[in-house]
Design a protein around this ligand. Structure first.
Ligand code: NI
Length: 136
């Protein structure tokens, strides 16, 4: 099987606060450090979307990159770019917006819209050195 992985890199800026309301302020401060700052703070997120499959015999594409790019813009960037993840989105109303949870949310948003015969994996950089991947 001549499976090929194709990648699209995107970028968004968003603010968040990591906080677990069931814990005390002190516990939150210990667990989440600077990311518990009550007035929020921002990150420059880099997003890498990986799609794997066999190139279509008709087009030679695994997936049309224009379609993939438009899909990421519509489903992810319009939803999260320049937003406060805790306050401006419904996705993180009750879900702590850690990189781990953000990457799962992004995966689920895109998975529904991409042909099931293609594999999808998302990598999300919260900083240059800290990044997550889902599915792992
Ligand atoms: Ni943070």
């Amino acid at each position: 099987m001549n499976k090929v992985a194709v990648f699209r890199r995107e970028h968004f800026n968003a603010a968040h606060r990591l906080h677990n309301p069931t814990l005390s302020d002190k516990e939150n401060a210990i667990l989440f450090g600077k990311c518990n700052n009550k007035n929020y703070h921002g990150h420059n997120y880099d997003l890498i979307v990986k799609v794997t499959g066999i190139p279509d015999p008709k087009t030679g594409y695994v997936i049309d990159m224009k379609i993939l790019s438009d899909l990421i813009s519509k489903e992810v960037l319009e939803r999260f770019d320049h937003k406060n993840l805790n306050l401006d989105t419904t996705d993180f109303e009750t879900l702590n917006p850690t990189a781990e949870n953000i990457v799962i949310v992004i995966y689920n948003l895109l998975r529904d819209k991409i042909d099931n015969k293609l594999d999808l994996q998302i990598r999300l950089y919260e900083t240059e050195r800290n990044f997550v991947e889902y599915p792992s």
